[in-house]
Write a new protein. Structure first.
Length: 458
């Protein structure tokens, strides 16, 4: 039990209000000064950059469902994070919230039957279109690199994992957008459970529960949990995080390193953003080793690396899919797509897009996590365990946002990095029950306001 006094509402409120002001300033800076012009309009609407969102207010009766659900959860939060609720009880509560809050937020703007319709907004540009054309899944995976130029806009620049996932869902439930949306939501909910189990390996029980709940107050995670394949990648990234923390724990076994490498390959099979997930794994391990000087760290990382290569070779020679060749083809396709979309402007847009990448990611992470993370910077740099998380997270995010790898849309694309901030935020200082309620409420208010006033495509 920490001897530090819990952080109170009075302490946190200025940080939340200040962060909200920063968010508004970031949007005003982009709109009024930087004029970042790399995001495409939608049906005559200009994007509210740095967010890939459009000012399109709606007022529907269904909005009250999210409000009532959030209010009911507020009263339950102190119980969920308290010692009287058992581990299975908290798991059940977290799962119910993960399955209930995103659809409730969805109802702010759409009817239930519209779930999954986001896969149809841009015909010929979504993985859903590729999945509906798959007749032989094994052949699709084997010949994916040859088929890439003929696939959807997103399918051309990604490995086959997302399309394969949707094809399997279609084979079970039929080629229904609703079924696809439900499947994505189920996987996202599983991801939050995986994240929580990962957090328990580096935080005490109360802090781990708070960190998991914070994820369910991040606007982007709620917004895209049943509408975007990035929610599936979020779950894959949480699986990697779980095995990474387990492989470096005191109770680690050699096969935890194997599972880390295998999970990383599964993530890479879905998205090449997993390369940055791998960077986080390497940086976390490097800082962890610098602090512990334990032979376990390089041994487990080496095992994970060999396991990843073994998975690569097994799929390459067993299923005929070469991940490296897929990346090479995807890079060519991406250069063609981006060249046609923004052309030479990309050269002169580095500073605006870098600032936009950072701004969009922070806004998407939201008022529940960012103020805690920012407030805990000093503490994180002083405490060894927290420093490992903070340095690995910060360094990886710098590469993500400033490395020229992404051109905005990071409020959605970088959802998989939000658990890193959540665990650091919860580790920074013990929170009183009322402080937890405050930050959760702030995140939900932001999510509700963004959903009501902004159209986010996915």
């Amino acid at each position: 039990m920490s001897l530090r006094m819990p952080v109170t509402v009075r302490t946190l409120l200025p940080w939340i209000l200040g962060t909200a002001l920063v968010f508004v300033t970031l949007i005003a800076l982009d709109r009024g000064v930087l004029h970042t012009g790399v995001l495409t309009p939608f049906r005559g609407l200009e994007p509210l950059s740095p967010l890939y969102a459009f000012w399109a207010p709606v007022f529907r009766p269904g909005a009250v469902i999210f409000v009532l659900l959030a209010l009911s959860r507020v009263f339950l939060i102190p119980r969920l994070i308290g010692p009287r609720v058992t581990t299975p009880g908290f798991a059940a509560g977290l799962l119910i919230m993960s399955l209930a809050l995103p659809p409730a937020l969805f109802l702010v703007r759409d009817d239930p039957v519209a779930l999954g319709s986001q896969f149809l907004i841009y015909p010929g540009e979504e993985y859903f279109d590729d999945a509906r054309r798959i007749v032989d899944l094994k052949a699709f995976i084997r010949h994916h690199t040859e088929l890439a130029p003929q696939l959807s806009l997103h399918g051309r620049t990604h490995p086959p994992g997302f399309a394969a996932f949707l094809s399997i869902v279609g084979g079970i439930a039929g080629p229904s957008p609703v079924a696809a949306g439900v499947a994505v939501l189920l996987v996202f909910a599983g991801g939050t459970l995986l994240a929580w189990r990962a957090f328990t390996l580096v935080l005490d029980q109360r802090a781990a529960r708070i960190a998991a709940l914070l994820l369910l107050a991040a606007p982007s995670l709620l917004d895209f949990a049943c509408t975007s394949m990035d929610a599936v990648f979020f779950a894959a990234a949480c699986l990697v995080l779980l095995f990474l923390f387990r492989s470096l724990s005191d109770a680690a076994r050699w096969w935890h390193g194997v599972l880390t490498g295998l999970a990383l390959y599964v993530a890479m099979f879905c998205s090449f953003s997993a390369a940055l997930l791998g960077l986080f794994v390497a940086l976390y391990g490097a800082v962890f080793w610098q602090e512990r000087r334990s032979r376990q760290v390089p041994l487990q990382l080496s095992i994970a690396f060999v396991s990843f290569l073994a998975a690569y070779a097994a799929v390459r020679y067993g299923a005929g899919f070469d991940l490296w060749e897929s990346f090479r083809v995807a890079r060519v396709q991406n250069d063609e797509i981006m060249g046609a979309a923004i052309g030479r402007r990309a050269v002169g847009e580095y500073v605006p897009t870098t600032l936009g990448n950072i701004g969009a990611f922070l806004i998407g992470t939201g008022l529940a996590i960012v103020p805690l993370f920012a407030r805990g910077v000093r503490r994180a740099l002083e405490a060894p365990g927290q420093r490992t998380l903070f340095l690995a997270t910060s360094a990886t995010l710098v590469v993500m946002c400033a490395g020229g790898l992404y051109t905005l849309e990071t409020e959605r694309i970088l959802m998989f990095a939000m658990p890193w901030l959540a665990v650091s935020a919860a580790a920074a200082a013990p929170l009183s029950d009322s402080a937890v309620v405050l930050v959760m409420g702030a995140g939900w208010v932001q999510a509700f306001a963004m959903e009501m006033f902004l159209f986010t495509l996915w």
